[in-house]
Design a protein around this ligand. Structure first.
Ligand code: ADP
Ligand code: MG
Length: 450
């Protein structure tokens, strides 16, 4: 790799989008306006919160599902049907239990129409490369998780795909096995022992992305869109503890913890301006107020400001920590700068407050910052009997979220509002209603913007 000439495009996405028609016949947009080129010679990591459409994007590239808008090109030609140049490794291994290792690996070749006599030697060779020698005739249930995923890799690599796609391939493995497999895969790639031309790895592991990728793409949620797309130029093998490595990790943390931050430094900026003028709901992370309280207390105790190191210290996965941080941010309890968290004065008041003060503070923050809570509260107040059916909220939410996500959003808003004693919820009746004392206590806060 000498001069930096722009290499050949393997896959090109042009204004690509995906939406699904819901049972209520409304279209819900999963991915919007994706512009992206995957080029020969790069490992690209696709990062983003769960539900941001990572798997959907990968499936479209593999031709498993068609886009609803825009184009997907493979070698500059429109893709139709399965992408012949792609093989996928799944998190769940997806092996056939009644087939041996060898038979499982041969399966991909068989599907490609490779004749039996060439199939076997190819499969055996890949089994050797991937370190499964001696297990050819074993059945998946006899293997450890790490060995099973090796079968997944061997099966995908045996067909010599131009683009190897992996959807959270290491997530189901224990830490050491995962790290071992990552490095082995990197070896194969760097030493060119596999003919694969490019790799696309979907992950929610920030470190995993920085460890492996030449380029990182961060997706955002509701709808899924590219929020950042930047190269990682550190030399392999990368030292997780180096300042440069940490700087990139922090940068990604900053992006992920600021869902509304404009990070449009992408090489292929999206062209279309924001089309909806309608005020959007925030995407509420499904966490309890208790978790937010726990986070705030921890931050005060530990004096560890770096979010990434805090996660390590607590042995929390990004996926566990981020939603809590996001909730604290939405309620305006914390500041986030470059992956460092700072407690706002109100957070200190909260931490030092008794239960009633805490409720009062959360109440105020919800009414000032969380649109869905404001809306529920105001709708209840506008009704003479001070109650609304939850269906009303679900219908409103389903204009913005999928059916399942709408329910989740409502559950979270109910949970938060209940904590703050803004309103209550009668599950059998499916009604949200104001409580007497909630009414009295909040009578000064009537001028909430909605
Ligand atoms: P990620 O892999 O980033 O977690 P996915 O691509 O799996 O995200 O899903 C993105 C969103 O699309 C989710 O909200 C999911 O519920 C929705 N979704 C995925 N597949 C379908 C489908 N077949 N019909 C309706 N919604 C879907
Ligand atoms: Mg996924």
């Amino acid at each position: 790799m000498v001069a930096k000439t722009k290499t050949e495009a393997l896959i090109t996405l042009q204004n690509t989008g995906k939406s699904y028609i819901q049972p209520n016949r409304q279209a819900i947009s999963i991915l919007e306006n994706i512009n992206l080129e995957l080029r020969v010679g790069e490992i690209v990591a696709l990062l983003g919160p769960s539900g941001s459409g990572k798997s959907t994007l990968m499936r479209m590239i593999a031709g498993l599902i068609p886009p609803s808008e825009g184009k997907i090109l493979y070698h500059n030609r429109p893709l139709s049907g399965l992408n012949p140049g792609v093989a996928i490794v799944f998190q769940s291994f997806a092996l056939y239990p009644w087939l041996t290792v060898l038979e499982n690996v041969e399966l991909g070749l068989k599907a490609k129409g490779v004749p039996t006599d060439t199939r076997r030697p190819k499969a055996l060779q890949m089994i050797d490369v991937i370190g499964l020698d001696g297990f050819e005739n074993a059945y998946p249930k006899e293997l450890s998780g790490g060995m099973r995923q090796r079968v997944g890799f061997a099966r995908a690599l045996a067909v010599e795909p131009e683009l190897l796609c992996m959807d959270e391939p290491f997530s189901a493995l224990d830490v050491l096995t995962a790290e071992n497999l990552r490095i082995e895969l990197l070896d194969l790639w760097l030493e060119r022992r596999i003919p694969t031309k490019a790799v696309l790895i979907v992950t929610h592991g920030i470190e995993e992305a920085v460890l492996l990728a030449d380029r990182i793409i961060v997706l955002g949620r509701n709808p899924g869109r590219i929020r950042a797309d930047f190269p990682v130029t550190l030399k392999h093998y990368r030292d997780r503890k180096s300042a440069n490595f940490q700087a990139i990790v922090d940068r990604i943390y900053t992006i992920l913890t600021n869902p509304d931050l404009d990070t449009s430094e992408s090489e292929t900026p999206s062209v279309a301006p924001e089309k909806s003028t309608q005020k959007k709901y925030q995407s509420l992370p499904a966490v309890r107020i208790g978790s937010v309280a726990g986070l705030l207390e921890l931050l005060e105790d530990r004096h560890e400001k770096d979010l990434y190191r805090l996660g390590q210290e607590l042995q929390l996965e990004v996926d566990d920590l981020l939603p809590i941080v996001e909730a604290a941010k939405l309620m305006d309890f914390i500041d986030l700068v470059e992956g460092d968290i700072g407690l706002k004065p109100l957070a200190l008041e909260f931490i030092n407050g008794g239960i009633d003060e805490r409720k009062q503070i959360v109440r105020q923050q919800l009414l000032n910052h969380i649109r869905l809570v404001q809306q529920i509260y105001n709708l209840c107040r506008s009704k003479q009997n001070q109650r609304i059916p939850e269906e009303l909220m679900l219908d409103l939410l389903e204009n913005h979220f999928g059916t399942e996500e709408a329910q989740k959003q409502l559950n979270t808003a109910i949970d938060w509002g209940r904590y703050a004693e803004l309103y209550s919820y009668n599950e059998p009746a499916g009604e949200i209603f104001l409580e007497e004392d909630a009414l009295l206590e909040n009578s000064e806060q009537l001028t909430v913007n909605s």
